[in-house]
Design a protein around this ligand. Structure first.
Ligand code: AGP
Length: 668
């Protein structure tokens, strides 16, 4: 979705901005633009096309030390050149790029029109440029002008402001839409995503929600947008980003989903590195700040996440029950947050999210905290809202995941939960020998995954054979059940083939009626104590004429199914991680056969940060002048209170909640 980049420093801003925008292309966009200051004048270049078109148009004759750029995904107004960012005031003093949605844009635009301002675009962002320009005439600094203008704004934003009269600085602000400052030597970068700046610097500072910053070439300072003094300014100590510029490039691959599927062994090695303890046959998870006594006092573990993160949570719940013998389950965070849950102080809640920005999961965390729940995060993106809100937890170390379909993040979630289960087990009744078996099993997984990936041509051939199917069942039992659910989700998401997951034993209670020769079933068959049952499921389906693709670690004979895809045998508790890989490849190759836009499936976005209520976006960040979301960092900083359900109910009308809308899902 939309992308922001800004630069100030010793280089020419234009190539830096263009390169930054190119790195953000993967998010999807429909128009692009940039603004620089040259010889005390603002120069704006826009296109309704690609970043390469912008490159052709831009005037590169002389150096510009400061500038801002944007890739836009239309929300207010058509995708055309006029609506593309940056937007400026009438005089061409101020230029603004903005991600997010200003909900009172109509009011603000009307007020400006009443004052005689001529608006040229249909966007919410243009109003901001005019408002900041008006404030700048009266304010002592650009920072102050932006702050004053934002007092009138309701909605979400990540924004960067450029002022011809203050060419030595950029002002940025964040409320519900990420902004990161990249620290260089005598140069600074700003962006909505580290992808735009890892090429230049690895030292970054993530702005908190409700925070702004003035960025100069040699320094920057952060401050709260709300000047009441109730909130401290954010930290300016940079953290080092793990990502490399190559993580955002396709390299030899045609799409990111396939690239990321193949990155799994390496991503998994990263997640395991330094976390397996041979001596005590346990795991070390530094982000979980609980001693043995506290770990022992946990009575239940509950995983909360959405979509694939929820299925990973289901895998985690099984692992915790098996290895630690603690009752455990998983629930979609999107349900949890709406159902007034009973929050138990002796339960460990685990909020699971690749992006760390999923609104449903974030709201579930806030509800938990408000009720005194003990919640940790399992998050991939460092500096993201859920990680900060949880305050403690584990990073997944999967590296940047760009395809909408989650693959390597899910693998690292499941592996991380295996380590959590091991840790919890070893302070209870899991023997050292059993712990050693799991440690060795985890160590073996990356190599075993490489073996599965080497079988891709065979899996692709199976995918081509079955790609014409209109529907597919994914069947699993116990350890195979979350794998089947995730497999069905992946197929639906990227190929648009209707897929349903069923627990094997549930087939006979209804769905068996649907089995016929045009309903293939993918049956997940771990080599576990239930093998006889799994085989009988296959026989039942085939007896009714249903084609079966068996995905198995049990070395089943080819005659047992219409296609048998084998994976190496692992430790039984860990086999879901291996059995999941062929299902990713199956979904990928069905989608490729059907010519789908694999990395950007229709109606979906990589992170779902808003929702629609009767056609309107529910704002998060502010409601009726009050903050709804309360950011916290690892030190517990961040003050505003979390929302009460009652407050949210003023904004959410459950009966009319429509869809998590994809094209608006990561607004900008
Ligand atoms: C996964 O393939 C999906 N795109 C989706 O279900 C995703 O897992 C879900 O939206 C949660 O995202 P998160 O992990 O970033 O919170």
């Amino acid at each position: 979705m939309c992308g922001i980049v800004g630069y100030i420093g010793r280089r020419d801003a234009v190539p830096v901005l263009l390169e930054g925008l190119r790195s953000l292309e993967y998010r999807g966009y429909d128009s692009a633009g940039l603004a620089v200051i040259r010889r005390n004048r603002l120069q704006v270049t826009k296109t309704a096309g690609r970043v390469s078109d912008l490159r052709d148009r831009v005037d590169g004759r002389s150096r510009a030390p400061v500038g801002i750029g944007h890739t836009r995904w239309a929300t207010h107004g058509e995708p055309n050149e006029v609506n593309a960012h940056p937007h400026t005031d009438a005089e061409g003093r101020i230029a603004v790029v903005h991600n997010g949605i200003i909900e009172n844009a109509e009011q603000l635009r009307d007020a400006l029109t009443d004052r005689g301002v001529k608006l040229v675009s249909d966007t919410d962002t243009e109003a901001l440029a005019h408002m900041i320009a008006a404030e700048a005439e009266r304010a002592a600094s650009l920072e102050e002008a932006v702050r004053r203008a934002l007092r009138h704004v309701e909605g979400t934003y990540g924004l960067v402001v450029l002022d011809v009269r203050h060419p030595g600085e950029l002002v940025v602000a964040r409320n519900g839409s990420p902004i990161v400052v990249g620290v260089g030597e005598a140069e600074m970068f700003v962006a909505s995503d580290v992808a735009a700046l890892v090429r230049y610097t690895k030292q970054v500072v993530y702005l908190e929600d409700a925070e702004m910053a003035t960025v100069r070439a040699t320094d920057f300072r952060t401050l709260p947008i709300d000047e009441s003094g109730r909130r401290a300014a954010g930290s300016t100590v940079p953290t080092t980003v793990e990502a490399e510029a190559g993580d955002y490039e396709l390299g030899p691959y045609q799409d990111f989903m396939r690239k990321e599927i193949h990155e799994q062994p390496e991503a998994l090695r990263r997640a395991l590195r330094g976390r397996l303890d041979d001596r005590f046959a346990t795991a070390r998870l530094g982000g979980i700040d609980l001693d043995a006594r506290q770990l022992r006092s946990i009575r239940q573990v509950k995983f909360l996440g959405c979509g694939s993160a929820y299925y990973a949570g289901q895998m985690g719940a099984l692992l915790v029950e098996e290895l630690a013998r603690i009752p455990s389950d998983a629930e979609p965070a999107s349900e949890f947050r709406y159902r007034n849950p009973v929050v138990d102080p002796d339960t460990l809640y685990v909020a699971v999210s690749q992006s760390g920005e999923t609104l449903d999961t974030l709201m579930a965390v806030q509800e938990l905290k408000r009720k005194g729940g003990q919640v940790i995060g399992a998050v991939n993106v460092v500096g993201s809202a859920i990680g900060r809100e949880c305050g403690s937890g584990v990073f997944l170390h999967a590296g940047p995941e760009i395809a909408v379909a989650s693959t390597k993040a899910l693998t690292n979630m499941a592996a991380t939960f295996a380590m959590l289960a091991l840790l919890l087990g070893r302070v209870r009744d899991l023997s050292a020998a059993a712990g050693q078996r799991i440690v060795a099993g985890l160590r073996a997984l990356p190599g075993q995954m490489e073996e599965v990936l080497a079988a891709e041509p065979k899996i692709a051939e199976v995918a081509r054979r079955f790609a014409a199917a209109e529907h597919m069942f994914f069947i699993g039992r116990v350890r195979g059940w979350p794998v089947a659910r995730e497999g069905a989700q992946k197929l639906k998401e990227v190929s648009y083939v209707h897929a349903e997951a069923y627990q094997a034993a549930e087939l006979k209670h209804g769905p068996l009626a649907l089995i016929n020769s045009s309903m293939p079933s993918v049956v997940v068959v771990p080599a576990d104590e239930l093998l006889g049952k799994h085989v009988s499921t296959i026989e039942q389906i085939r007896a009714r004429g249903g084609p079966v693709i068996a995905v198995t670690s049990a070395g089943l004979p080819p005659s047992l199914a219409d296609a048998v895809i084998g994976v190496p045998r692992g430790e039984p508790e860990l086999e879901p991680l291996l059995l999941n890989i062929p299902l990713q490849l199956l979904a990928y190759h069905v989608a490729a056969t059907l010519g789908r836009d694999i990395d950007k499936p229709r109606n979906l976005a990589k992170s779902v940060t808003v929702e629609l209520v009767q056609g309107q976006q529910v704002r998060f960040g502010r409601a009726a002048g009050k903050r709804l979301l309360a950011p916290h960092d690892f030190a517990g900083r961040g003050a505003a209170r979390a929302p009460a359900l009652g407050e949210l109910a003023d904004h959410l009308q459950p009966a009319s909640v429509l869809v998590l809308a994809a094209c608006l899902a990561e607004p900008g």
